[in-house]
Every structure is written in C-alpha cells, then in structure tokens.
Design a protein around this ligand. Structure first.
Ligand code: PRP
Ligand code: URA
Length: 209
C-alpha cells in the first residue's frame, strides 16, 4: 500500500475554508483551487529523484542538486480537475497535460467516460491525476484504470476534498497509487455529495449554476 497524505498545513486549511463558503464567488474559488493545487503539488513531488551537477558560483566550484530529468504528466479529470492544472503547472511547468473526461450519472453515481486524450509517451511518465473531489471514488478509480491500460506505472492522485468511503475505495482498487488529500471530510449524503464538502466543484469553478 502506497502513501496517503492528508494535508494539515495552515495555508491549505485556510484556503479550503474559503472555498467551502457558499458566499465565495467563481473568481476567488478558481484562484483558491489553483493555489491549493500548487501547495499539494509541492507535497506530492517530495520524492522526485535528484542528481548531482557541478556548477561554479561566483565564489567557488560546488555540487548542486537538479531534478533527474524524469518526465512528468498532469492528467485532470474533466471538468473540475481543470481547475487544478494551473497550480500544478506553476511548479512543474514542463509536464505534459492529458485529459480524461468523466461525468457521474446522477442516478447510479457511476462514472461515464466521454473523452480521453493522453500524451503519446504517457507510459514513460510519472502521472499526476488531479480532481478536486473524491466522493464515491468511482471517477478516480476508472481514470486511473484507463491510465494503467495505456501502460502507466507511476501514478499519483491529488484531490482537495475526499470522503472516507471514496478514499478507502481508491486505496483498495489502486494500492500502488500515492494519494494526496487537502481535507478528509465526514461522509456522503444520499445524492453522493461530500458533507460538509463545497458543493459541485465543476459548477463552482466554471460558474455554471
Ligand atoms: C465530480 C468531481 C469528480 C466526481 C467525484 O465530477 O469533479 O470527478 O464528481 O465523484 P465520485 O468520486 O463519486 O466519482 P462531476 O461528475 O460532477 O463532473 P464535472 O467535473 O464535469 O462537474
Ligand atoms: N462531486 C462534486 O463536485 N462534489 C461532491 O460533493 C461530490 C462529487
């Protein structure tokens, strides 16, 4: 079983408090999602490999660390995952971006895939799957299964809010995936919404309701 990190950093807790508030408008919501994604990206890249490089400072020769040239990819689950991409790109700007489109059937709560476009060499990359909400876990589980079908071996999942049931289901389905969670909430309501949560992340990011 790989690592699950529940973020407890005060900046993340503060920013998640802002996006939970129903009074927060689209512009600030989107900005906060981007900033939270950046902070989670910082944490989830903690184990990237480094290599030694010789440089000369203005004073002396020295050995410095540099990222070992590992290829990375960011894969948002559409729509809401798109909100996390700019924050991720702030820290890993040369990562390629793939897209997996999924929506949850409102009756069955099962994910329906409607789009998949991935970098041609995705199987060679460390992949960061991003989606603000992990509710039943169905969307994340299916998106990661799709990436594995494309040959991906090193996959991490980052979300902002998770329900305990979704986190457990994702760990069970994909025990080889590191998971970074902004906040672990209480439960799911009868419509599959996270409680207390923040409502429908896609609608709040794109202002569609
Ligand atoms: C939301 C969210 C996740 C999914 C989580 O997407 O962004 O993808 O629900 O639920 P699950 O863990 O139960 O699968 P939604 O289906 O609302 O689509 P949208 O992002 O296009 O609004
Ligand atoms: N998707 C959302 O956007 N919000 C939830 O609470 C659950 C699923």
């Amino acid at each position: 079983m790989r690592k699950v990190t529940i973020m407890d950093h005060p900046l993340i807790r503060h920013k998640i408090g802002i996006i939970r508030d129903q009074k927060t408008g689209t512009k600030e919501f989107r900005e906060m999602v981007g900033e939270i994604a950046m902070l989670e990206c910082f944490e989830s890249t903690r184990d990237l490999q480094l290599e030694d490089v010789e440089v000369k400072t203005p004073i002396a020769a020295t050995t410095v660390k540099r990222l070992a040239g590992k290829k990375l990819a960011i894969v948002p689950i559409l729509r809401a995952g798109l909100g996390m991409v700019p924050g991720m790109q702030t820290l890993i700007p040369s990562a390629k971006v793939g897209h997996i489109g999924m929506y949850r059937d409102p009756e069955t709560l099962k994910p329906v895939e409607y789009y998949c476009k991935l970098p041609a060499d995705v199987e060679e990359r460390d992949v960061f799957v991003v989606d603000p909400m992990l509710a039943t876990g169905g969307s994340a589980i299916d998106a990661i299964s799709q990436l594995k079908k494309h040959g991906c071996k090193n996959i991490r999942f980052l979300c902002i809010i998770a329900a305990p049931a979704g986190l457990e289901a994702l760990q069970k389905a994909h025990p080889d995936v590191d998971i970074t969670v902004g906040a672990l909430d209480d439960h799911l309501d009868e419509h599959g919404y996270i409680v207390p949560g923040l409502g429908d992340a896609g609608d709040r990011i794109f202002g569609t309701k």
